[in-house]
Design a protein around this ligand. Structure first.
Ligand code: HEC
Length: 99
């Protein structure tokens, strides 16, 4: 499926800022695999999964392995529930960014 890009909203910009501040972008890019999967491929994998929001919030907070391979993601214990919600919603939209 082709991901639909909408104009970056302020939520997208907030989520991108949180991702930068928390070093997510050291391991993840929007459209290519680095250490972890691209955020576009995460959006595609979970597009029909109604449990994805809850699952991914928990996965980002606690870290873990097994969805994409054997390399684990470290836990991200400093993120608030609101930050996790912003991040996961943004990632599931295909992580649109402005500039
Ligand atoms: C040290 C590298 C690293 C950092 C930093 C990192 N990740 Fe990951 N991430 C990974 C790896 C590796 C995976 C694949 C884990 C797996 O196969 O289950 C992953 C998986 C994911 C997934 C998909 C999870 C799944 O089960 O499908 C999401 C969403 C994600 N990361 C978001 C984030 C966010 C948001 C941050 C910042 C708060 C972050 N990651 C920081 C390495 C990292």
């Amino acid at each position: 499926m082709q991901i639909q890009y909408t104009q970056a909203s302020s939520e997208d910009q907030q989520a991108f800022a949180i991702a930068k501040q928390n070093a997510c972008l050291g391991c993840h890019a929007i459209n290519k695999k680095i250490v972890g999967p691209s955020f576009e491929s995460v959006a595609q994998k979970y597009q029909a999964d109604s449990n994805a929001q809850a699952f991914l919030k928990n996965k980002i907070a606690k870290g873990g392995t097994g969805s994409w391979g054997v390399v684990p993601m470290p836990a991200n214990t400093k993120l608030s529930d609101a930050e996790l919600t912003l991040l996961v919603s943004w990632i599931l939209r295909g992580a649109p960014i402005k500039n």
